[in-house]
Design a protein. Structure first.
Length: 244
């Protein structure tokens, strides 16, 4: 497979590496979450050492011209087989869910990266993780890489009970599932949970969900003194191909 590096990035970022990959396996993790295993040549440079890091996955555009790209958390890396795993949430619309749902073993794609996740700093004495069904890969990766004894509160909002997954969480983690009804705005249950939760200067706060809810959460939280704050909109209600 061909391998190439892009031009030098802005200061403070690692060089972005482009890799051709091929679909080597598919696994249905939950009702709407599909895990794709992608194989290539020398994929180690495309895997960042921070928990929940991500790559940009590029697939052919539906019109047959150019590529469509979306960011996805690296859920696993097998250096022996030179494969990475990415989880794709199969929501109702959008180029990537359609491609992922239809792709077959041997189909070609491309990845670019890596990029860090914005996971809470190691200096935080406690963690508060808030995310919806689309953030499950990142939250799972962060929890799996957490080896300290600091307390963690994780709230995960889903629109369907079939989106829940069995997570490997540290013993000092309190995990709460929130079920969003059709009457609830995306991310509203996360905001309500955060408002009821006590956290202070030593807490690292991480939030990823629908873009409008992320914007509102950032607005209401940025004045609070915390050890670290990362807020990301992963999708926007009503838009299939939302650009992060």
């Amino acid at each position: 497979m061909n391998t190439s590096a892009t031009a030098a990035p802005r200061s403070g970022r690692s060089v972005t590496v482009s890799r051709d990959v091929v679909v080597t396996a598919r696994e249905q993790v939950s009702e709407r979450m599909l895990r794709l295993t992608l194989g290539g040549d020398d994929l180690a440079p495309a895997v960042h050492d921070s928990p929940g890091s991500w790559v940009k996955l590029f697939v052919p555009s539906t019109d047959g011209h150019g590529e469509h790209g979306r960011a996805y958390t690296v859920r696993g890396f097998n250096p022996i087989r030179d494969e990475i795993d990415v989880d794709v949430f199969l929501h109702g619309g959008g180029t990537m869910p359609r491609w992922a749902g239809a792709c077959r073993i041997g189909d070609l794609a491309r990845i670019g990266g890596p990029r860090p996740s914005g996971a809470p700093t190691r200096t935080a004495t406690s963690l508060l993780l808030l995310g919806d069904e689309t953030s499950l890969p990142a939250i799972s990766a962060i929890l799996e890489r957490e080896h300290s004894a600091r307390p963690i509160q994780a709230f995960i909002e889903t629109g369907a009970r079939g989106d829940r997954q069995e997570l490997d969480v540290p013993a000092h983690t309190t995990l709460t599932w929130l079920h969003r009804s059709r009457a609830d705005a995306p991310g509203s249950l996360l905001a309500a949970a955060a408002s009821r939760t006590r956290f202070g200067p030593g807490t690292g706060v991480w939030f990823a969900a629908e873009a409008a809810s992320a914007k509102q959460f950032r607005r209401t939280t940025r004045e609070r003194e915390v050890a670290g704050l990362h807020v990301q909109g992963y999708w926007r209600s009503g838009i299939g191909d939302y650009r992060e």
